[in-house]
Design a protein around this ligand. Structure first.
Ligand code: ADP
Ligand code: MG
Length: 254
């Protein structure tokens, strides 16, 4: 064993990332043969580790999905949120929609449970063996624009299309410039009839033109998104203000 190989084995153990030690050498040979840049080699080694973790155990998949918090349907109070039927959500949690490559769209004002429900469905999927990736619309766009900057947009979209469930939170909180809108469109169209997406928005579809600008592009986007989709419209008070409305109003009124 060379000194460097021994060092890599040591670091891989320290990081509890055994695949790094297993793949580092084989990938190094390939990198030398194919003249990869150093960064590409590092990315390939890390990717092997991430992919191995994602096929391992539900907990790892839940972690890999990068949910802001872990939420489940058991924590969701359907007696507070009466505009969504427990049976419908329980049915979605059976995850037939993933096999059918359908989408779920959660629309409603802040605090009505969109993020919570989407995480709960994502956690159910991860625990059942599906890879899941969660991020806000803004984060997805940032990720894609990075990929584009490195000339890797289509590769990144292909990689994402292999993830059976992508969750896009907070569509509509921040308006998109044309570049961001176009990246968002490519995310949706690359998944169309191929893999599922859950989209959360505090704006109705008719207000999406304000977020994305171009009305023609928006109607094409919404068309693809809703073609095979369960659309859930949440109504009511913010759960965050539950029981606090009076205090909040008192403060607001000073
Ligand atoms: P939204 O994404 O629609 O703005 P969230 O899902 O983030 O709302 O909900 C805000 C907070 O309230 C979260 O902590 C969430 O877990 C909680 N919450 C919302 N609705 C319910 C509910 N019906 N039962 C239990 N917790 C809820
Ligand atoms: Mg939210």
């Amino acid at each position: 064993m060379t000194t460097v190989t021994a060092e890599i084995a040591f670091y891989a153990r320290a990081l509890k990332a055994p695949r790094i030690a297993e793949t580092a050498r084989a990938l190094a040979e390939r990198a030398r043969e194919e003249g990869w840049e150093h960064e590409r080699y590092l990315a390939a080694v890390l990717d092997a580790e991430v992919a191995a973790r994602q096929t391992h155990g539900g907990d790892n998949r839940v972690r890999a999905a990068r949910f802001p918090q872990v939420k489940t349907l058991d924590d969701f109070d359907f007696s507070f949120q009466r505009s969504v039927k427990r049976e419908l959500v329980a049915h979605l949690a059976q995850l037939d929609f993933l096999c059918e490559r359908k989408n779920v769209i959660l629309l409603g004002p802040p605090g009505t449970g969109k993020t919570h429900l989407s995480i709960a469905l994502g956690v159910a999927a991860a625990r059942k063996g599906y890879r899941v990736a969660f991020a806000s619309a803004q984060e997805w766009v940032t990720r894609l624009s990075e990929a584009k900057r490195y000339g890797k947009l289509s590769e990144e979209l292909m990689r994402l299309a292999r993830i059976p469930l992508v969750i896009v939170d907070e569509v509509g909180y921040i308006p998109f410039d044309p570049e961001a809108a176009s990246l968002f469109f490519s995310l949706i169209s690359s998944r169309y009839e191929r893999s599922s997406i859950i989209v959360n928005s505090n704006k109705t579809f008719s207000a999406w033109t304000e977020i994305f600008g171009d009305p023609v592009a928006v109607s094409a986007l919404v068309d693809r998104l809703v073609h095979h989709a369960e659309i859930i419209t949440l109504k009511g008070e913010s759960y965050r203000l539950k029981g606090k409305r009076k205090e909040v109003l008192d403060v607001a009124e000073g």
